[in-house]
Design a protein around this ligand. Structure first.
Ligand SMILES: Nc1ncnc2c1ncn2[C@@H]1O[C@H](COP(=O)(O)OP(=O)(O)O)[C@@H](O)[C@H]1O
Ligand SMILES: CC(=O)OP(=O)(O)O
Ligand SMILES: [Mg+2]
Length: 419
């Protein structure tokens, strides 16, 4: 029996789930889940569930960074006298970390000095993520000396992208030398979505074709063909593709040169560990929905009165337009053989208004939803919920994605951790 900590440092949230793993063949059982959300907004909130009991729901806390959030959650979990399975920090046998950029790693890696330094060299390619996640890895090495740290990569699921999709039309010698290609992210989520939707539709994973949308603070789309990633909207870094809470998504690459005279300089928040230019800072942290609507909270954007808040209406319409364009593109690249369109991530799971707008703008592809099913999605309900209308050509589903259980399963099945 082992206790597994699964840590998911997103760009606006920190989510930690705790599992008990009986042996390498059993699915780890969740015993607690804690998350701090709103790290890019003024109000950070803690939600903590032990077993089936809600201990805190949207409880205001002060956390300015992923590091602060980690300290709060670790203290809540280890300090909880009623969480019987954890007597002390040394009970935590395995800690898995979601590392957004894993370069060419094809499987989860036990974190040694070498893997740590390699992941650090990739930090410039995931400026909102790798550095923050490595900060938490360092804290775990210091505060949980008995745990084995494992890196689980967002990029792994996309290793199946075909060459004509992952190649950029640039000098190929330079591309290969510098690893300049489409990597794709949110892979732990897409891997979970693929397994869960195949089970829901009672289809063999290897025969499943879906268009999946992971729409959170970072947003991406993925065409999944025969259960494998076939195309995805993020690229070398998580900046390209769809706009995010603070990210521009794809823009004309020349825009950077027209923005301001000093965009090529290092930004003031650049450090010895992370070299981020002013241009990268603007496009990653000062753009996206927040630049248009003045908030990163999509519930506020979707709920705003269109006449009174035209900026929110613009942000909403622009996001619908960009998401719909990827659905159209992926529908074609899957040759119209699409079992389901799947919504996931904070926005995909919680905004019925957004799902409705996207499905109506892609109705020409045969997608249709039932308004009553769409309005009654419950985040406490089943993992996959069906919102399709009777006459839809492909199913339209909502999946409560879970990157933490994906990591816990990946790690629990590693033989070397049980020997
Ligand atoms: N009730 C809601 N309606 C619409 N959007 C929501 C709601 N609650 C949260 N969100 C959006 O979900 C996003 C967070 O999604 P999540 O996938 O948890 O983020 P992260 O990218 O940090 O992992 C926030 O940017 C917020 O705008
Ligand atoms: C890759 C990425 O953008 O992740 P998140 O949405 O969790 O910030
Ligand atoms: Mg996320």
């Amino acid at each position: 029996m082992k206790i597994i900590f699964a840590i998911n440092a997103g760009s606006s949230s920190l989510k930690i789930s705790v599992y008990l793993a009986e042996d390498r063949n059993a699915t780890p059982r969740q015993i607690a889940n804690a998350q701090i959300s709103g790290l890019t907004s003024q109000s950070t909130k803690l939600t903590y569930i032990r077993g089936n009991e809600s201990i805190y729901k949207n409880h205001q806390v002060r956390a300015g960074s992923q590091d602060d959030a980690f300290d709060i959650i670790l203290n809540s979990l280890v300090g909880d006298e009623n969480l019987d399975e954890i007597g002390s920090k040394s009970d935590i046998a395995i800690t898995c970390h979601r590392i957004v950029h894993g370069g060419k790693y094809e499987s989860a890696q036990i974190i040694t000095k070498d893997t740590y330094y390699h992941i650090q060299t990739l930090s410039d390619l995931a400026p909102l993520h790798n550095g923050a996640a490595l900060g938490i890895v360092e804290t775990c090495i210091r505060k949980l000396p008995d745990t084995t740290n494992i890196a689980c990569f967002d990029t792994q699921f996309h290793m199946s992208l075909p060459p004509h999709v992952y190649t950029y039309p640039i000098n190929q010698e330079r591309a290969q030398k510098n690893g300049l290609r489409k990597y794709g992210f949110h892979g732990l989520s897409y891997s979970f979505i693929t397994r869960s939707v195949a089970k829901f539709l009672q289809k063999d994973v290897s025969k499943l074709n879906i268009i999946a949308l992971h729409l959170g603070s970072g947003a991406s789309a993925c065409a999944i063909k025969g259960g494998k990633s076939w195309d995805t909207s993020m690229g070398l870094t998580p900046l390209s593709g769809l706009p995010g809470a603070t990210r521009s998504g794809s823009v004309d690459p020349s825009l950077v040169f027209h923005y301001a005279s000093d965009v090529g300089k290092l930004s003031p928040t650049s450090t010895a560990k992370l070299h981020i230019s002013k241009a990268e800072e603007i496009l990653n942290k000062e753009s996206g929905l927040s630049a248009l609507a003045g908030t990163t909270d999509f519930a506020v954007i979707a709920g705003a009165d269109r006449a009174e808040h035209p900026q929110s209406a613009l942000a909403f319409d622009l996001f619908v337009d960009r998401v719909s364009a990827f659905i159209g593109s992926y529908y074609v690249s899957l040759e119209g053989r699409v079992d389901a369109l799947v919504f996931a991530g904070g926005i995909g799971e919680k905004s019925s208004r957004f799902r409705s707008a996207v499905v109506s703008s892609t109705a020409c592809l045969g997608f249709g939803i039932s308004d009553s099913a769409n309005d009654s999605i419950s985040t406490e309900g089943s993992v996959v919920q069906d919102i399709s209308s009777e006459d839809t050509r492909s199913k339209v589903l909502v999946c409560q994605t879970d990157e933490q259980i994906e990591m816990a399963c990946m790690c629990a099945s590693k033989n070397e951790l049980w020997d």
